[in-house]
Design a protein around this ligand. Structure first.
Ligand SMILES: [Mn+2]
Length: 405
């Protein structure tokens, strides 16, 4: 029984190590034919082909893709997911914060059978799922039990998002909303020009409306005077026929939309307010087609202000990120990612006698932080003999960073 755990690849992101990750996946795929023995704290550890491969969140970068363009996520994902599919084991995808919209797929992507007979499963929050008692037990491997989650749940900077999400019963993420709006082809291509048009319409419109509109805007026509004119009678009859036609075709949404437009036309036709509606609609269109571009191009700086990246596990435990009293996990070892820092802490009284292991990331370069090396391209290997934080050096070379026998 062996598990391999990776997190925070951020495929589609600006600094993702997609090539190294693919090389690593090819190496894992090859483990089916030969085992690999490495030195770990003076001991030989044999790495076997895994039974389960856990993708522990933020595998895809849906919040902040390169150039704000989610097509880059698809482009970066084709090879890794095809390689993953080839690896002779089940895959567990646990959702992180940068790929949280995929949580909606938890019920859809449920033990999907891959061509080699292995399975692909999505878990919205953690693996394994909570038991009915509300307690989260672990997976027994050797003498330990393990619990896997991405780790943004420990993050106080994410607390406001989590709090609102719980309140409204669905995932709340305002920047994600802009990201959704930005990722329409027209907006991606033309948001700068749209912003100019929006600014012009907004400023010039505001300036000229006083002069264009007659006093007493909005001037309204009465229903009686409308009904009295032949023109509006024809308008009503033609409208009714059109609506009835679509209604009988069973196109209810289209009928409702046309009803609103035709009713609006009846109210506002021949009035200056009709012009105002056209102006408002155009201004709104160009606002929605440009403001998300402004947000998408500045949000990385915004995220850098509030992210808990590069925190060590000890900082997570001691700086109020992790709250022991809220913890319902019943496992000896908690494996998580999110902070991009392959590291560990515990077990001690502050962790409820649990060991916390961070799987690190496949993003950016190695970096010295507070005299401690923060390595990229790391993973966690678990078998009956214990857990190991390992580092991919390329070409099948593995360095052991920590061992927990
Ligand atoms: Mn994360």
């Amino acid at each position: 029984m062996a598990y391999i755990v990776v997190s925070d690849v951020h495929l589609g992101g600006k600094l993702c190590n997609q090539k190294e990750f693919c090389d690593f996946l090819k190496w894992v795929r090859g483990l089916v034919n030969k085992t690999e023995t490495i030195k770990c704290k003076g001991k030989d550890v044999t790495i076997h082909s895994p039974e389960k491969f856990i993708l522990l969140g933020d595998i895809l970068e849906l919040w902040d893709p390169r150039d704000g363009n989610r097509d880059n996520v698809i482009g970066d994902s084709i090879l890794p997911f095809s390689l993953l599919s080839d690896i002779n084991c089940d895959k567990i995808y646990v959702i992180g914060n940068h790929d949280d919209s995929l949580g909606e797929l938890e019920g859809e992507v449920d033990d999907v059978a891959l061509p080699n007979g292995k399975k692909f499963d999505i878990y919205d929050r953690h693996y394994p799922e909570k038991e009915k008692t509300g307690i989260s037990g672990g997976i027994k491997i050797g003498s330990q039990s393990y619990f896997f989650l991405h780790g943004h749940q420990f993050d106080k900077e994410q607390a406001i998002l989590a709090w609102v999400s719980r309140l409204i019963g669905e995932s709340w993420n305002p920047l994600g909303w802009f990201q959704d709006l930005y990722n329409t082809l027209f907006t991606k291509k033309h948001w700068k020009a749209s912003f100019l048009i929006f600014s012009a319409l907004f400023l010039l419109g505001g300036y000229f409306w006083n002069k264009l509109l007659p006093p007493g805007f909005p001037n309204t026509l009465t229903w009686a005077s409308l009904a009295g004119t032949t023109g509006s009678l024809i308008y009503v009859i033609v409208s009714a026929i059109i609506l009835l036609f679509f209604l009988m075709k069973g196109l209810f949404a289209l009928t409702a939309t046309l009803f609103v437009i035709l009713l609006g036309g009846w109210f506002f036709w021949e009035q200056s307010s009709f012009l105002a509606i056209i102006w408002g609609t155009l201004t709104g269109f160009f606002a929605l087609s440009s403001i998300p571009g402004v947000v998408a191009s500045t949000q990385r700086k915004f995220y850098n202000l509030l992210k808990s990246k590069d925190k060590t596990v000890e900082q997570i435990i001691h700086n109020g990120y992790y709250r022991k009293n809220k913890d319902t996990i019943r496992a000896n070892v908690v494996v998580f990612g999110h902070t991009h820092f392959a590291d560990y802490y515990g077990p001690d009284a502050d962790t409820g006698n649990r060991l916390f292991i961070n799987s690190g990331c496949w993003y950016g370069k190695d970096k010295l932080i507070d005299k401690k090396m923060r390595y990229s391209n790391t993973f966690v290997y678990i078998d009956e003999s214990g857990a190991y934080i390992l580092r991919w050096l390329g070409s099948g070379n593995i360095e052991c960073l920590e061992a927990f026998p």
